[in-house]
Design a protein around this ligand. Structure first.
Ligand SMILES: Cc1cc2nc3c(=O)[nH]c(=O)nc-3n(C[C@H](O)[C@H](O)[C@H](O)COP(=O)(O)OP(=O)(O)OC[C@H]3O[C@@H](n4cnc5c(N)ncnc54)[C@H](O)[C@@H]3O)c2cc1C
Length: 594
């Protein structure tokens, strides 16, 4: 079936919906989503959205920008960081005015809490930085509230949704984007969406790892589709492990727990973060804490001699450390129940642990891809090291790399990223639609996607996908996880290539057209394999340690050679790498200490 729109937005998480709200005001817009919109992963975000409102204590967007750049280990593009941190303030108020039920301070303003790596100068000693309350939150359901609020606004505004339409290809004609091909999950029909402008907001790809906080749907479709169409992927070697996933399950326990005072405790009962980050301790950035947890475990200080440690938010422990740190606060069991209700609920349900009374067993969990489809600050996709835009193609949110997170994202900054750059992308699409003509479709539209689907349906190895997926996830966890080295990475690359060869033979038992999840998951496995290969290959090439990318064989950051972004292109069967400079405005790279 053929459809024609001005603007097509792929993905209905926070980034896609924010773009849709903007674009649909002035352009005929459709939103395509493989999930029902309110099931998007944005809805699971717990802890908060960062903005220097200064509601609880003094704060400035410039301090937020500094923290973001330092948190990124100086790899973020500073023009993009400045735009994000400045606009975060307005965007949060815009969400508030749309009706988002934020928690409130006593005097009725949006309440804010502490989060890792967010600081302000210490009023007693301005050369030191201390934790600041910057994360705006709605209990531990901030993302849920953002997603519901944006979806309601979209419905009110009459945005056209194609729910459960899975995009399988991007249409380009002579270097101009002109639409997408989508598979209708309910019927198996392929649809061609012909458009002036397309924005990808397809979210992350954490499912390439075994232990992850990411939903099953986070398979990197948008990235892989763009990559297969010859576009580069930027900085894929930087994948964030969140320090606190529920042991063995990977389900996330928000950093908001530590924001409320929670502390990490090893098997010897020590608050070990004091040794790794003397100033910020349990509120250091995620790369530093995840590494510290694994170091404790490797050195035999895991809990019960195993590969986990404890996260303790029981009032007795928290209040003792508040007193020790000179923090003028106390928490009660009631605070745990009201500020972290979902966490308390998960832990009781999945672990039989009551966080108001007992510590929670945790281990780092694969959480967030800093890399993605390269864009400029207007969310236009750029295709080379000179940042040449591809006309008509935009990307925002976790699938994009603008790059505001560099080598390590700070907590609360993804929700800011999706709303700020979703909004910018939507606006830019409108401008483009007003001046551009509709580019004709290329000769081949749904042909390649149809051929791929038929190929999979005809294949015989109908049981192979599960094994390939499990092997990939284990391999990525063991060899491309928190600690990396050359031998592991090169083995990972060659093993993933072998898995890709096996994947060519993968078939599906279900040959039907209706709700064929077997087929769709097989397509998604193909995307993950491509992205796993790019991640391992980019990591193998970067011979330094920076942010989330820790090379045991190259333990130091190397600005002389590596203060640059990686661009990975698909080149026949191989990956070709190129690099582009980091944009530096006013924050010169310094040693990163917390
Ligand atoms: C458990 C958890 C907690 C988090 N907590 C926080 C937090 O407190 N603060 C913070 O800043 N960040 C947090 N994050 C990160 C943040 O939530 C995500 O990075 C962000 O919400 C991503 O938004 P998005 O709009 O880019 O994508 P998503 O919300 O993931 O949406 C992706 C959309 O793309 C669609 N899609 C994907 N592929 C296709 C396809 N092939 N065809 C059609 N549609 C497709 C999906 O249907 C979905 O609608 C958390 C993440 C997780 C996993």
């Amino acid at each position: 079936m053929y459809h024609r729109y001005d603007a097509v937005i792929v993905g209905a998480g926070g980034a896609g919906l924010m773009a849709a709200l903007q674009a649909s005001r002035q352009a005929r817009t459709a939103v395509l989503s493989k999930l029902y919109p309110t099931r998007s992963h944005t809805g699971t975000a717990q802890g908060g959205i960062g903005a220097a409102l200064g509601n609880v204590e003094e704060d400035r967007w410039e301090w937020h920008a500094f923290d973001t750049v330092k948190g990124s280990d100086y790899l973020a593009d500073q023009d993009a960081v400045e735009a994000m941190c400045r606009e975060a303030v307005d965007t949060v108020y815009e969400l508030e005015h749309m009706g988002l039920p934020f928690n409130r301070t006593r005097d009725g303003r949006i309440d804010q809490r502490r989060f890792g790596g967010h600081t302000r100068p210490d009023p007693k000693d301005p050369s030191k930085r201390i934790a600041v309350q910057r994360a705006c939150y709605a209990a531990d359901r901030t993302g849920h509230m953002i997603l519901q609020t944006l979806y309601q606004q979209c419905i009110k505004q009459g945005v056209t949704f194609y729910d459960e339409f899975q995009v399988v290809d991007l249409l380009l004609n002579d270097g101009v984007c002109c639409g997408v091909v989508a598979y209708e999950i309910a019927t198996g029909e392929l649809h061609v969406f012909h458009a002036k402008a397309v924005l990808f907001a397809t979210g992350g790809f954490g499912r390439m790892f075994k232990i992850t906080s990411n939903a099953h749907s986070l398979t990197g479709d948008g990235l892989a589709i763009a990559y297969r169409r010859g576009l580069p992927l930027e900085d894929m070697e930087f994948f964030q492990f969140h320090p606190t996933g529920i042991y063995r399950m990977g389900i996330l326990i928000t950093e908001g727990v530590r924001g409320e005072g929670g502390v990490l405790i090893n098997g010897k009962g020590e608050r070990f973060m004091e040794r790794y980050s003397p100033t910020l301790k349990d509120l250091a950035p995620r790369d530093i804490i995840s590494r510290a947890i694994y170091t404790e475990i490797r050195e035999g200080r895991g809990a019960n001699g195993k590969d986990f440690v404890y996260l303790d938010v029981t009032p007795a422990t928290v209040n003792r450390y508040f007193q020790q740190d000179g923090v003028d606060r106390r928490i009660t069991a009631h605070d745990v129940e009201t500020k972290l209700p979902d966490i308390a609920d998960f832990c009781r349900t999945y672990l039989g642990v009551d966080p108001a009374k007992q510590p929670m067993p945790i281990q780092p969990t694969a959480h967030y891809g800093m890399g993605g489809i390269p864009t400029n600050v207007e969310a236009q996709v750029v295709i080379d090291s000179r940042n040449t835009p591809l006309p008509g193609f935009y990307a925002a949110g976790e699938c994009a790399c603008v790059s505001v997170h560099g080598a390590n994202r700070l907590g609360t900054n993804s929700l800011v990223d999706i709303v700020v750059f979703g909004r910018r992308g939507g606006k830019k699409m409108v401008e483009y639609c007003q001046q551009a003509d509709l580019t004709p479709l290329p000769a081949e539209t749904d042909g390649p996607a149809r051929a791929e689907i038929e190929r999979i349906k005809a294949n015989r190895a109908t049981e192979a996908a599960g094994k390939i997926r499990a092997t990939m996830q284990e391999l990525m966890m063991d060899r491309v996880g928190i600690f990396r080295k050359e031998a592991d990475l090169s083995q990972a690359v060659s093993k993933i290539r072998a898995l890709k060869a096996e994947y060519e033979k993968v078939g599906v038992r279900d040959k039907s057209a209706r709700f064929n999840t077997d087929l769709l998951e097989t397509l998604e496995l193909g995307y993950l394999l491509d992205l796993a290969e790019v991640t391992a290959f980019s990591a193998l090439n970067r011979t330094e340690s920076r942010g989330a990318h820790l090379r045991e064989d190259f333990p130091d950051r190397d600005d002389a050679n590596w203060l640059k972004h990686t661009l990975a292109y698909l080149d026949g069967e191989n990956i070709r790498l190129d690099y582009k400079p980091v944009v530096i405005t006013k924050y010169e790279p310094q040693a990163r200490k917390y």
